[in-house]
Ligand binder design. Structure first.
Ligand code: AMP
Length: 143
């Protein structure tokens, strides 16, 4: 099956171009991380490469090392920032898997003993809560 081409107007491409706001916690020359607006738990962060690809399946392998280095960095930061017991890493490829935004991204979700994840793409979080949580993660990244 031939997958669709990368859409330069997908919502994360617009965020990367600064056309849509986001609560950014990290940025370097190759990778950006910002808060998921429909978090599956407090501190749910998305980490994505700036290089365009729909998902992992069509990504240039050279983007994956820098991406996962920052996934680890953000995972450690969210664990510290929220006093989490663990961290779930999720990544979806194509509609059958549950992917809804077609620019490669990795979900980093702090986890707490006995507390289940909220549904994927569930309710919108308040902007002030996202801003507060982003501030906690930025502080942990800077420590
Ligand atoms: P998926 O493509 O299934 O891995 O999920 C896309 C994720 O992006 C979902 O968890 C959404 O809550 C999240 N999302 C959608 N729009 C935005 C946005 N404008 N800013 C931040 N996160 C978003």
């Amino acid at each position: 099956m031939v997958e669709a081409a990368y859409d330069t107007d997908n919502i994360f491409a617009k965020i990367l171009r600064g056309e849509i706001p986001s609560h950014r916690v990290y940025e370097d020359e190759a990778v950006v991380a910002f808060m998921d607006v429909m978090p599956q738990g407090p501190g749910h962060t998305l980490v994505l490469p700036k290089a365009p690809s729909r998902n992992l399946l069509d990504a240039d392998a050279s983007t994956l090392g820098p991406l996962f280095k920052i996934v680890q960095k953000v995972a450690l930061a969210v664990k510290q920032a929220f006093g989490a017991d663990g961290v779930t890493i999720l990544q979806f490829n194509e509609p059958a898997s549950g992917q809804t935004v077609y620019h490669l991204h990795v979900h980093v979700i702090p986890r707490f003993e006995g507390i289940a994840l909220k549904p994927h793409s569930g309710g919108m979080e308040k902007p002030e809560i996202l801003a507060e949580n982003a501030g906690k993660i930025r502080a942990a990244l800077a420590s």
